[in-house]
Design a binder for this molecule. Structure first.
Ligand code: E4P
Length: 225
């Protein structure tokens, strides 16, 4: 299962890349806008922050297929490396995805809210589909259920497209996506810390430290061997 960082906050990206086994960064126009900075420089900085060997996903702001393709090529030339153009699902987006086949530019079809949208995206040639788990949960539409249905359909037809679940508000949603065979998740930096938090873990570490110090004081094992 792949983990990706859903932010354009460069400091947060550098920290998560250092401490967690992530494979890249995703953004959308809302995430980019939050940084209130020069877009071209931010796109370059995203590549630098995540590293040359990881994925960068940037979303198109164009509506027509031809414009989406031109934008994808320009961003690919700018950012380099393993680059994915995020394209919202729709007729123009599907056309753009089919036009990009063989270009070397990956497509992440985004704003997916139904399994049939995901199926069209996969058949058009998208590398990833991004269903919005929490936004579906917010309207009582079972976000993880949609992810599970997409996984089932892709498996049934042997489609070479990965489910990159997005829009998470808690670890339980991530956990359920892992259980149903979701191939990837993109989550915000705060959730990464929650993934590895447990009060019993904290207590265990406090107890280990206290027991050690009760015999060896401030000396570490390196001081003793
Ligand atoms: C990623 O592809 C999505 O744009 C993002 O995860 C949406 O998250 P949100 O629902 O928290 O805005």
């Amino acid at each position: 299962m792949e983990f990706i960082i859903d932010t354009a906050d460069l400091k947060a990206i550098r920290r998560i890349v250092e401490f967690f086994p992530v494979i890249g960064v995703t953004t959308n126009p809302t995430i980019i806008s939050k940084e209130k900075t020069d877009f071209k420089q931010l796109a370059l900085d995203l590549r630098e922050a995540v590293g040359p060997d990881k994925q960068v996903h940037i979303q198109t702001t164009s509506e027509k297929a031809e414009d989406i393709v031109a934008e994808a090529k320009a961003l690919y030339d700018l950012v380099g490396g393993e680059f994915y153009i995020k394209i919202p699902i729709g007729a123009e987006g599907l056309k753009a995805t089919m036009m990009l086949k063989g270009s070397g530019i990956g497509v992440t079809m985004t704003a997916i809210h139904t399994p049939q949208q995901a199926l069209q995206a996969a058949l058009a040639g998208a590398t990833y589909v991004a269903p919005y788990v929490n936004r579906l949960d917010n309207v009582c539409a079972d976000g993880v259920g949609v992810v599970a249905d997409i996984v089932t359909i892709f498996d049934a037809y042997g489609l070479d497209c990965k489910v990159l679940a997005a829009s998470f508000k808690n670890v339980q949603q991530v956990h359920e996506c892992a259980l149903c065979g979701g191939h990837a998740v993109t989550i915000n930096p705060d959730l990464y810390d929650q993934l590895v938090y447990h009060p019993l873990t904290d207590k265990a570490i406090v107890d280990f430290t206290a027991d050690w110090k009760s015999v060896y004081g401030d000396k570490g094992s390196l001081d003793l061997i």
